[in-house]
Design a protein around this ligand. Structure first.
Ligand code: SF4
Length: 279
């Protein structure tokens, strides 16, 4: 039998081999829940909103003025928008109220996400909640209504809280890492996350929950300060500034990968988080 040559001279066979390895890599990334990170910020392809639907609207040019419900002039974006250093806040060494954090945020233009938003989606729920949920960023419905998790993914989260745990959604507190919708639902960029971070920290400090549940890889990665593989990390207890933290899958991911395993996994995580918050 002739031995195989070092390189295959048949370009079709080579192309097949490349496609096969690309497929294997993609499958691996899907399992890690990181496929969203493959979408470049300015991609011309279709994107999905937080509820998993394809966004068919034309992309907003980054230089375009913001669309505002009142038709008013675009807010000027602060020159500190790309600053990576954390903003000093008045509640650095004490517990603020949510109203104080919201008031300090104001009509924020600290980063480029101010350009395209309709509303600042600050947070929603019980200011004294034992259980606090942290997601990544508002989607289209959230931006329009000014409330977090109100699209299809939000409906799933609400069902899991109300039917899974058995408590009204109003009993928990829900917010996101960034408070303004990224264009075409791309992932928030590091300067945007950095600019908004003091307000997430302020919310956590104000609510002082007994347990935090992070929804999806970016929220878990941000609060834990490291890259995470969410499908491996979910369901395992972590800690953020002394507060027990339960990472789970993002409801938008569960909608996209709507398997009994994923639904059961999130339900188990939420149940464990709720029980620990009552202990
Ligand atoms: S995302 Fe946060 S920091 Fe950026 S403009 Fe909105 S509220 Fe301000």
């Amino acid at each position: 039998m002739a031995s195989a040559p070092d390189s295959d001279p048949d370009p079709r066979r080579e192309a097949h081999a490349l496609v096969a390895s690309a497929r294997a890599l993609l499958q691996e990334l899907v399992e890690e829940g990181v496929t969203d990170s493959l979408t470049p910020p300015t991609t011309a392809g279709p994107s999905r909103d937080a509820s998993g639907r394809v966004d068919t609207r034309p992309p907003t040019p980054r230089s375009a003025p913001p669309s505002r419900p009142d038709g008013g002039a675009a807010p000027a974006v602060s020159p500190t928008a790309s600053a990576m250093d954390r903003e000093a806040v008045p509640w650095a060494d004490r517990r603020p109220t949510l109203e104080e954090v919201r008031s300090h945020l104001g009509e924020c233009v600290r980063c480029d996400l101010a350009r395209g938003r309709h509303s600042i989606v600050f947070g929603d729920g019980n200011p004294d909640a034992d259980l606090m949920f942290v997601g990544e960023a508002p989607g289209e419905q959230e931006d329009l209504r000014g409330l977090p998790f109100v699209g299809r993914a939000g409906e799933l989260l609400t069902q899991m809280i109300e039917k899974g745990i058995g408590i009204p959604r109003s009993q928990v507190y829900i917010c996101n890492i960034v408070k303004c919708r990224p264009p075409r639902n791309r992932n928030p960029l590091p300067p945007e996350v950095s600019a908004c971070r003091p307000f997430l920290d302020g919310q956590i400090r104000a609510v002082a929950p007994r347990v935090i549940v992070t929804l999806g890889k970016p929220a878990a990665g941000l609060l834990l300060g490291r890259e995470v593989a969410i499908t491996r990390l979910r369901g395992t207890w972590q800690e953020y500034q002394g507060i027990p933290l339960m990472p789970t899958l993002h409801p938008a991911y569960v909608l996209r990968q709507y398997t009994p395993e994923n639904r059961r996994a999130v339900w188990q995580d939420l149940k464990a988080a709720w029980e620990r918050s009552r202990a």
